[in-house]
Design a protein around this ligand. Structure first.
Ligand code: ADP
Ligand code: MG
Length: 291
């Protein structure tokens, strides 16, 4: 008697994000910018995906298209089987921006409450949810402070707590730790993995994380999507063999070093093949983005 492996059914039906042949072309004076060129990516439920690549390769654009903050010029995006627009209305995901984007005149608690308030959740309830999410990111006791009274790492934790308000199964994060010192970044990385894995009350989430740090991508991810610019493309997708349970000392292991090496090679290949390389093209493209 044979039965199919237990994961067979789950994986067939559990695509969280389907990006199909998506292009995004921004009009520009000189020449249109092809921010994404026919990108396809299937993200399964429970994965931790990192998008990595040099500045201007379309990482933010891809995240914003998935989140319905940007429209694809062509192609299609499904989130939980719905259009990204319907998924946004259903509050299927939380989004963490590159800068914490907190309102300085609101307390930490009121910043975390804001999205709930906008969706007319009763004050008692939104307060309770905000306190719970703040506890989850280790900020109990700071609810009455103002953002400017907190360190950069704490501010970014506030914005993560805010993104968790509706208990989204899908979390999208655009270089959330980019501006932080390395020690803070490491600690937040570990905390983020714990959030991703979930606990007795919450299931494992799906995370799409943008970074340009190789060690950060390798430490956090179950899969690493390497992108290259001009036009923005996926050059390689690297599957991680590291266990879901990991601590920072995993960075010393041969497996970690090997995956980091593969990511570095893919980034290098991406640079070689993309147009506009200084050695091959006569014209450096005008108007490089800020990235
Ligand atoms: N709103 C916009 N208008 C015009 N060009 C844009 C816009 N947003 C991004 N771009 C361009 O699209 C490309 C990809 O940008 P982006 O997705 O921000 O890259 P990354 O996040 O990887 O640095 C860049 O060349 C950038 O200058
Ligand atoms: Mg970006």
């Amino acid at each position: 008697m044979t039965s199919p492996p237990a994961h067979a059914h789950a994986s067939a039906s559990s695509s969280t994000v389907q990006v199909e042949d998506v292009s995004v072309i921004y009009p520009a004076k000189e020449q249109p910018v092809v921010a994404l060129d026919r990108v396809s990516l299937d993200i399964r439920q429970g994965e931790f995906i990192s998008l990595i690549g040099p500045s201007g390769c379309g990482k933010t654009t891809l995240l914003r298209v998935i989140a319905d903050l940007e429209q694809a010029t062509s192609g299609r995006v499904l989130v939980n089987g719905m259009s990204s627009h319907d998924a946004r209305l259903a509050r299927a995901y939380g989004y963490v921006f590159q800068a914490p984007a907190l309102f300085p005149w609101r307390t930490v608690l009121d910043n975390v409450r804001l999205p709930l308030e906008i969706h007319s959740v009763a004050t008692d309830k939104s307060r309770a949810v905000a306190l719970e999410q703040l506890a989850r990111v280790g900020l109990s006791g700071f609810e009455g402070k103002y953002p400017w009274q907190l360190s950069g790492g704490m501010q970014q934790r506030v914005s993560i707590a805010r993104a968790l308000g509706f208990e989204p199964q899908l979390l999208m994060m655009d270089e959330p730790f980019g501006a932080l010192d390395e020690i803070t970044r490491d600690r937040l990385g570990e905390q983020l993995l714990a959030l991703w894995r979930g606990d007795a009350t919450t299931a494992r989430r799906t995370v799409v994380f943008v970074t340009h740090s190789i060690p950060e991508a390798v430490f956090l991810s179950t899969r690493i999507v390497v992108m290259s610019p001009r036009p923005g493309r996926i050059v390689e997708v690297i599957e991680s063999s590291l266990p879901a349970e990991r601590t920072l000392d995993i960075r010393e292991t041969p497996e970690f070093i090997d995956i980091a090496h593969r990511v570095r090679l893919a980034l290098h290949d991406g640079h070689e093949t993309s147009g506009g390389g200084a050695s091959q093209g006569p014209l450096a493209p005008l108007g490089r983005g800020l990235g």
